[in-house]
Design a protein around this ligand. Structure first.
Ligand SMILES: C[S@@+](CC[C@H](N)C(=O)[O-])C[C@H]1O[C@@H](n2cnc3c(N)ncnc32)[C@H](O)[C@@H]1O
Length: 325
């Protein structure tokens, strides 16, 4: 099942990143991104500054300098702020299932990057190697039963005292709960008025993801100190439904940003996209499974786009579609 999901994710993202490798230019990106999951981003003019500031937020948690940064599920480094994250590091290791994503990332950062094609689970990495680890909007695309192993691998390969910064998706954000109640109410009204329901979305049309609840992250307290903060309070669909694309919308997003800055932790547990910051403890028992021999690598995962002498040596190392806890 895990392999099926990985193969599907690889195929879908290869196709997606072929058309969309950069979203900095709004006029182009809207055209390019009118594909299968345009709903996941708010590319409207009113949201441009807000989205940039949210992405820059991550910079505060990245150490001011270091040798090696790991970016798991880097994609094509879609925005220029993403490129900035590693500017004070010697090398950025980008891992992705999509070779297209890595080709595009390579065009952006060239020799600064080490590009490792394959699944996080298969790419051999050395423990305690990275000064900072990122994984933005990726862990939820991994099978729900394997997400803990994925996070434990990130902890294992990061140096003690250094951060693992994960942008995740909250299944029960305050606004999504409101939307759910609204949808239930609308469904009830429709049934009472005997109106026909909208045809159900075609099964299988959407890519696998699974969002664990915020409390799920507590399990890593044996290996890391945990902070949960806001990345963005609203998800793109809600944002587009609630915020108009005009000066008023810009003002509203400015207000939301100010509130997020003022109460990062309090809103972090209720927002749509939390940043989970795991600071590895000195004696972290990182891995349930990652010690021992690495699994044998399937052919696809052996194709590394680029290896350099800095690459860490190997040290042993459902479908729930659209499902939530
Ligand atoms: C939603 S995209 C996010 C890309 C990028 N971080 C961003 O925020 O634009 C998720 C990316 O993670 C990659 N991915 C998903 N599961 C993975 C895995 N097990 N190992 C490596 N990469 C994975 C996908 O191929 C895809 O490029």
């Amino acid at each position: 099942m895990t392999r099926d999901i990985e193969n599907e994710v690889a195929q879908r993202y290869d196709a997606r990143w072929l058309n969309v490798s950069s979203l900095d230019d709004l006029s182009q990106s809207k055209i390019a991104y009118s594909g299968w999951d345009a709903g996941r981003l708010d590319l409207r003019q009113c949201a441009k500054d807000y989205a940039t500031k949210c992405r820059l937020r991550l910079m505060r948690h990245i150490p001011p300098s270091g040798d090696y940064m790991l970016d798991v599920g880097s994609g094509p480094l879609l925005f220029k702020e993403y490129v900035e994250y590693s500017r004070n590091f010697r090398k950025r290791y980008c891992i992705d299932l999509s070779s297209v994503a890595l080709e595009e990332a390579k065009k952006k950062i060239g020799d600064h990057g080490v590009f490792l094609h394959g699944s996080l689970f298969d790419v051999p990495l050395e423990p305690d190697f990275f000064d900072c680890t990122l994984s933005i909007l990726t862990i939820f695309n991994i099978h729900k039963d394997k997400q803990e192993d994925a996070v434990r691998k990130l902890i294992e390969v990061t140096k003690p005292g250094r951060p693992i910064i994960i942008v995740y998706c909250n299944p029960s954000s305050a606004v999504s709960r409101l939307f759910r109640s609204y949808r239930t109410l609308r469904g009830t009204c429709r049934r009472l008025l005997k109106r026909r329901k909208k045809p159900a979305r075609k099964k299988g049309a959407r890519l696998y993801y699974h969002r664990h609840p915020i409390a799920w992250w507590d399990r890593f307290s044996d290996a890391a100190d945990i902070q949960i903060m806001t990345w963005a309070y609203l998800d793109a669909r809600m944002q587009k439904a609630l915020i108009p694309d005009n000066a008023l919308g810009r003002k509203l997003l400015e207000m939301i940003f100010r509130a997020e800055e003022r109460f990062p932790h309090r809103l972090g547990k209720r927002c749509a996209y939390p940043i989970i910051i795991l600071t590895k403890k000195p004696s972290a028992l990182a891995s349930r499974e990652t010690s021992g021999n690495p699994r044998s690598l399937p052919r696809r995962h052996k194709v590394h786009l680029r290896r350099d002498s800095d690459a860490p040596r190997s040290r042993g190392s459902d479908s729930v579609r659209e499902s939530d806890d």
